[in-house]
Design a protein around this ligand. Structure first.
Ligand code: TYM
Length: 334
């Protein structure tokens, strides 16, 4: 039985990195596995920021899931904070994790750099909440961008550790947790910021020139692509010494479905200006139907709330059963 689980934080706008790194894979995988569960992970959204309009943002992310092709016949969508089991399992898993392993998390190191004493405990604990999300549903596959790989690996380590402890103690509870596998699109990995190809495209960036949001207008897209940082020589190839062009080709390939080699051939001898013009039009063409669908879905918020409430109810038995098993194995309660 293959079950996928993944999620996105409702901290701001969705961008092409979220789409190409995560949602695109979800849409493909939902047809290949037995069950798919996609979550709007709102408890993760408050670890570092105090996002404004959080409730509305949650609905927006859910609407984008549907607009991008998540199919309710095949997949369930819900909101993390609507299922209390996530926070409860997080506490339990906290007691099976060490400060050392959380201190090694790259994302934590980056986000807390220079301000270790003032970041929230939630930011430090964030990977455990993510492990709880994944392990509650016995997910076998976790499609994410490369930046989340280390967190999925931590979930694996915790699952193995927990299984070992409770299999050995003779409590009869063998292999409570399923060991999850990160699924990363080999072609995409990490979409980089348009204004700095050495950093990832990020929705919480201070500059809108960092990303293409899924709801950017054609003019905004043209402007952002035109102003995207380029490498020193006018050569359109994906190569290690050309991070900016590699990133733009990656995006071109992701939105057009064409492979990078054939794009390189087509643009041999052409200049950056021509390439960027075509790339912007390709992104606009790609986003247009999704933006139209998003508007329709988001216009009916009551329906969206109902979909998320139904989703939460339909995943409840899985989450409750797992939490029950974990508590029984440990001996919590009477
Ligand atoms: P988040 O909200 O930062 O990002 C959502 C998804 O988008 C991917 N992503 C990218 N992929 C390629 N290039 C980029 N520039 C880029 N930026 C973001 C992320 O890898 C992610 O797949 N902690 C997670 C959310 C989460 C989760 C989970 C995921 C919470 N619980 C359980 C999977 C399973 C996060 O903050 O993703």
């Amino acid at each position: 039985m293959r079950r996928i689980f993944s999620g996105i934080k409702p901290t701001g706008l969705l961008h092409l990195g979220n789409y190409l790194g995560a949602i695109k894979q979800w849409v493909e995988l939902q047809n290949k596995v037995d069950e798919s569960i996609f979550c709007v992970v709102d408890l993760h959204a408050i670890t570092a920021l105090r996002p404004e309009n959080l409730s509305e943002n949650i609905l927006k992310i859910a609407a984008w899931y549907l607009a991008c092709g998540i199919d309710l016949e095949k997949s369930k969508i819900f909101v993390q904070s609507m299922r209390p089991e996530h926070a409860e399992l997080t506490w339990i898993l906290n007691c099976f994790s060490t400060m050392g392993e959380l201190n090694r998390m790259t994302q934590y190191k980056e986000k807390s750099e220079g301000k270790k004493d003032s970041v929230s405990v939630g930011l430090f604990d964030y990977p455990i909440l993510m492990a709880a999300d994944i392990l509650l549903y016995s997910a076998t596959d976790v499609p994410v961008g490369e930046d989340q790989k280390q967190h999925v690996e931590l979930a694996r380590d915790l699952a193995i550790r927990f299984n070992n402890i409770y299999a050995k103690s003779g409590s009869g509870s063998r292999d409570i947790f399923t060991i999850p596998e990160p699924i990363i699109d080999a072609g995409v990995r990490r979409i980089k910021a348009l204004d700095n190809p050495l950093k990832k495209m990020e929705k919480s960036s201070a500059s809108a020139l960092n990303y293409i949001a899924l709801d950017d207008s054609p003019d905004e897209i043209r402007k952002k692509i035109q102003r995207a940082v380029t490498d020193s020589s006018d050569e359109i190839v994906a190569r290690e010494d050309k991070p900016a062009m590699t990133n733009l080709l990656n995006i071109f390939s992701g939105v057009s479905g064409r492979d990078i080699k054939s794009l390189e051939l087509d643009y041999r001898g052409k200049n950056y200006g021509e390439f960027k013009k075509d790339l912007a039009e390709e992104i606009i063409l790609f986003l247009k139907p999704k933006q139209k669908k998003f508007k329709e879905i988001f216009a009916d918020k009551e329906k969206l709330r109902q979909i998320l409430t139904d989703g939460s109810e339909s995943v409840a038995p899985i989450a409750k059963e797992m939490l029950g098993k974990v508590k029984k194995a440990i001996g919590l309660g009477i």
